[in-house]
Structure formats: C-alpha cells, structure tokens
Write a protein that binds this ligand. Sequence first.
Ligand SMILES: Cc1cc2nc3c(=O)[nH]c(=O)nc-3n(C[C@H](O)[C@H](O)[C@H](O)COP(=O)(O)OP(=O)(O)OC[C@H]3O[C@@H](n4cnc5c(N)ncnc54)[C@H](O)[C@@H]3O)c2cc1C
Length: 264
Amino acid sequence: MYAFTLERPTTLADAVRLVEAGARPLAGGQTLLASMKLRLTASDQLADLGAVKEMTGIRREGNAFVVGAMSRHLDVANNADIKAGYPALADLASRIGDRQVRALGTMGGSVANNDPAACYPAAVLGSGATIVTDRREIAADDFFRGMFTTALDGGELIKAIRFPIPKRAVYEKLRQKASNFPLVGVFIAQYDNGVRVAVTGASNGGVFRHRELEQALTQSFTPDAASRVKIDATDLNSDLHATAAYRANLISVLTQRGVAKMLG
Ligand SMILES: Cc1cc2nc3c(=O)[nH]c(=O)nc-3n(C[C@H](O)[C@H](O)[C@H](O)COP(=O)(O)OP(=O)(O)OC[C@H]3O[C@@H](n4cnc5c(N)ncnc54)[C@H](O)[C@@H]3O)c2cc1C
C-alpha cells in the first residue's frame, strides 16, 4: 500500500470540502482498502466518512425509507422498521458477504462502487430508489452507468438513498460460495403502477432492469408468466463460474422462484 494521510471529518460540509480538494471518500474500506493494499488504486489522502452524522441513520418518510449512506449492512439487516416495512431489503443486507463484511461495508460504498455483481444496486434499481447526494437527487434509472461507473461527478458524495416501499418484494440470488457475491441476483418489487425486476451479477455492464419480465409480471404476477419470457443471453457474462446461457437460465429460474415466494 502506498502512503496516504487520513482525515476524519465530522460534518458533511467538511467531508465535501476534503473530497472536492481531492481526498478519496472512505466508507467501510471493504473494497477501497483491499484495492489499495493490492496497489490497484492509490490516493494521497482519504476522508473517513464514519463520523459524518448527516450520512447516518435510517428513517421512514411517508411511504419511503431513507437510509443514510454510512449505514452498515448489519444496520439495515437488523433495523426493526425495515424488517417490518421492507423485509426484502433487510433480507438482502443480511446475506451480503460474511459477518465482517456486513459489519463494515456500507450501503453508500456499495452503490458508489457499483460492482457488477453487488446486491444493493439490484435493490436500488429494483425499487426505483433515489440517490441523494450532497448536491442533487438522482433517480436509480439514471444512476448506474455500467461496470464500476455511476452518474456521480468527481467529488460528489452519496448522503442517503430513498426507497419507495413496495407492496411486496423479494431478492433471490445464487451465491458464489467463496465470496457470497451473487452469480446472478434478481430483485423483484411490486408497486401499484407495476412490477420492477433488476438483475445483478449477470452482465459485465452491471445491474440492469429486465423489461420483458417486468411487462409479463405486471400483466400476470405468476411464476408461469415469468417462465414464458425468453431470456436473451447475448449480452450476458461468460466466465469460469458460468456461461452466459447458464446465467440466462438462472435469471428465469430465480425470477420464477421469487414470484412464487411473494405469492406465498
Ligand atoms: C469478502 C467480500 C465479500 C463480499 N460479498 C458481497 C456480496 O455478497 N454482495 C455485495 O453486494 N457486496 C459484497 N461485498 C462488497 C461489500 O458489501 C461492500 O459494500 C463493498 O465492498 C463496498 O465497501 P464499503 O462500503 O466499505 O466502501 P469502501 O470500500 O470504503 O468504498 C468503495 C468505493 O465507494 C466510494 N465511496 C464510499 N462511500 C461513498 C459515498 N458515501 N459517496 C461517494 N463515494 C463513496 C469510495 O471512495 C470507494 O471508491 C463483499 C466484499 C468482500 C470484501
């Protein structure tokens, strides 16, 4: 790891000032510190966001949950209001990585990082959530721009994420046993105005909405309706873990399984 200085701002204004001056935001370090140790990335200065109060806390606002960017995965998994009001989100958080990753990793870090196999981007896109930054609000549909790429400008910080609460939702993933990252993960959320389906892990382009599945499930919310949608494997990822065809099949199977669970 190359040498760096560490700042610990306690207000959002101070964090923004540091980051705008070139410091790299540090959340739980679950990706950033590992990359720095491997010298895949380097930064002269880190700004540890752990003491920034404006980025913490989980609260209900009308029919939405607002989750501070520095909420650890365990905070989300164990939050009584989320468990009662949006159980699929708590369940997703409870199955990320291992105990250490859940104790340190954050929602903001995961979403800013936009790993193409991460779980939270599927929940954010599948919920049609809003990313609240220090300077604006960004709809999930406009936020994810491909592998490790987002709509965030240089020096822009995620403050919180606002999730509209669905009528019901589920997250299904087939985990890679070594890391618990999904080989494929499917987040399904049903709202009054239709069903949203977001897929992670399947494409090098990162998380995406599956419009054909959404249309089919909005018309008929049954596993059968999902099974009739042909999943195109053309743009899916093939690697040593699975072929594109296998991932396409997983999208279908996980969606059918998720819908069956939602129907009870
Ligand atoms: C062994 C292992 C297993 C894992 N398994 C899973 C899994 O199953 N599913 C899954 O989804 N994830 C998994 N992860 C990822 C993990 O959940 C973390 O969310 C992810 O690594 C980001 O970590 P972090 O929150 O500590 O952010 P950091 O590593 O601190 O930061 C990540 C990036 O985001 C930037 N950043 C951080 N916070 C902000 C902010 N508020 N605003 C703007 N930019 C910001 C940083 O500058 C950095 O570029 C795993 C990680 C490990 C190490």
